[in-house]
Design a protein around this ligand. Structure first.
Ligand code: 2AM
Length: 191
């Protein structure tokens, strides 16, 4: 068990490109208004790749190494549907089409965790960007179509993040950043 002083809450996430972030932030505000929920702050909008949870801070260098061992190229993502979880209290943008490259990136991470003996949340990976939390009302279907105006982005930036839970919501701090090489280059860059 890790003690509170050296314990950190960690996860890996993809960042939306700026235009996609703006579109998702607008959508989040609209849904939060409709459902009396709390929208995720625009700077916090992300797609979780893997959730590690509460671990001792000595695990951080191992996770940095795990991330640096991954060599993948950027890929296109299309968020075009809504998920409504937790009896409607969590609303997220998701994908209606499978995205092989995203799944391979997640699989690479999981392989690295297994090789390093790192535990992670093994719940089935469902790609999503959480938009609204603590929604008080179930969304009404007629005002809340399952399909949304598609939000496209080229996924290229991802990070290892520390999450600090505060009364004003989570604060994320990046502990390592990586860039997926563009598809017409075989370089892999450290951000
Ligand atoms: P989310 O991706 O659905 O928003 C930091 O807590 C991030 O890790 C959040 O974005 C959160 O959910 C995601 N996450 C994934 N699995 C989690 C879990 N079991 N507990 C808490 N957060 C989790």
């Amino acid at each position: 068990m890790s003690d509170a002083a050296s314990s950190v809450r960690l996860f890996f996430a993809l960042w939306p490109q700026e235009e996609a972030r703006k579109q998702l932030a607008r959508l989040a505000r609209r849904i939060a208004d409709q459902c009396a929920g709390r929208c995720v702050r625009p700077e916090n909008l992300h797609l979780t790749l893997a959730f590690i949870g509460e671990v001792d801070s000595s695990v951080v260098p191992i996770l940095r190494q795990a991330g640096s061992a991954i060599h993948r190229t950027s890929f296109d993502l299309l968020l075009d549907k809504l998920h409504c979880w937790g009896k409607g209290s969590i609303i997220a943008a998701g994908v209606s089409q499978p995205c092989g490259e995203l799944v391979m990136l997640v699989q690479d991470l999981q392989d690295q965790f297994s090789a390093a003996g790192i535990r992670y949340d093994t719940v089935k990976f469902v790609p999503h960007v959480t938009l609204v939390r603590n929604a008080k009302q179930e969304p009404e279907q007629e005002h809340f179509p399952e399909m949304i105006p598609p939000v496209a982005w080229t996924a290229s930036r991802w990070s290892l993040l520390q999450s600090q839970l505060t009364p004003h919501g989570p604060v994320y701090q990046s502990l390592a950043d990586w860039v997926l090489a563009s598809q017409d280059s075989d370089e892999h860059h450290r951000a």
